[in-house]
Design a protein around this ligand. Structure first.
Ligand SMILES: [Zn+2]
Length: 299
């Protein structure tokens, strides 16, 4: 928006053609005070910013739209609850442009989804949570009424009788668990000691291997994978040749010959590196399958 358009939007800019007798700026420009938001006003629709009142699942792509996400929604009246208007908000989800319709529900002081989405269930049943429902405020108020008490006393006593054995049993279980805290503590500490010892052992092993990290205990799966590994035959042959050459040569060789031997070995090693690298690139050794099955083995 250019600065001129911005000033116009703010109704601060009075063009030179304007005269006081032409009325307000909106009338002069021939536009509604709410501009673009009022473009469907003839259909009874006003475009507003709507904020999602709770988490919902988008009906188009099943992704979650969080509480508080804002939409440009078309607001219109769809009915009445007594004298209170029922508003409907129609919006398009940002994820997949799916149309979502939400209405106000004055009776329950809530918003209801009419179409295009599903409310994320986030309230829990008292029975699922295995807790007791606390009496509602109106029930508590009724308790002060002697007639109400008289009517429900029998029922309440029955409820108490039913709940008693469960409560006593729970209390007993709780008591038995916490009666011997010395032994509980001992068992816990013993387990912790065992774990510490194991960790120390594993660290010792990894230190001996010259590794910076602690390895998990080896499994039979790992052994199977390792035995399945095949290095290229060329590598093996080169290694055998080199070893044979070393064994065959005299350890008291003349300085000049040992020097030439060193050079020879050096060049061989260089060749070896190149060939193993190219084998790796060509895919003769398959590191991908190796890492895959290995990571599967270690958890
Ligand atoms: Zn979607």
């Amino acid at each position: 928006m250019s600065s001129l358009a911005a000033a116009r939007a703010d109704n601060f800019y009075y063009p030179p053609e304007w005269e006081p007798k032409k009325g307000g700026l909106n009338k002069f420009h021939g536009q509604h005070a709410l501009r673009e938001r009022a473009r469907k006003l003839d259909q009874g629709i006003l475009i507003i910013r709507f904020e999602m009142p709770y988490n919902i699942w988008c009906g188009g792509c099943n992704s979650m739209i969080a509480k508080g996400v804002r939409f440009n929604a078309e607001k219109k009246q769809v009915g009445n609850y007594y004298s209170t208007k029922i508003w409907s908000f129609t919006m398009k989800s940002a994820c997949c442009q799916h149309e979502i319709v939400i209405q106000t529900d004055p009776k329950n002081c809530a918003y209801v989804i009419i179409s295009g989405a599903q409310k994320k269930t986030e309230d829990y049943d008292v029975e699922d949570a295995e807790t007791f429902a606390l009496p509602a405020d109106e029930d508590r108020a009724k308790l002060s009424d002697p007639f109400y008490r008289l009517e429900h006393q029998e029922e309440d006593l029955q409820k108490k009788k039913e709940a008693e054995p469960v409560l006593v049993r729970l209390q007993k279980v709780s008591d038995s668990r916490h009666s011997d805290d010395y032994n509980l503590n001992r068992a816990l500490r013993a387990r912790l000691r065992g774990q510490k010892k194991k960790v120390a052992q594993e660290e010792e092993v990894s230190r001996k291997m010259g590794l910076g990290i602690r390895l998990l205990p080896s499994s039979s799966e790992d052994a199977a994978v390792a035995s399945g590994m095949r290095f290229s035959s060329k590598f093996e042959r080169n290694r055998k040749d080199k070893r044979a050459a070393i064994k065959a040569s005299s350890i008291f060789g003349e300085p000049s010959t040992s020097r030439s031997r060193m050079l020879e070995l050096e060049s061989k090693r260089r060749k070896l590196k190149v060939s193993s690298a190219s084998a790796l690139l060509a895919g003769n050794i398959k590191p991908s399958s190796w890492t895959q099955s290995r990571s599967g083995g270690r958890k």
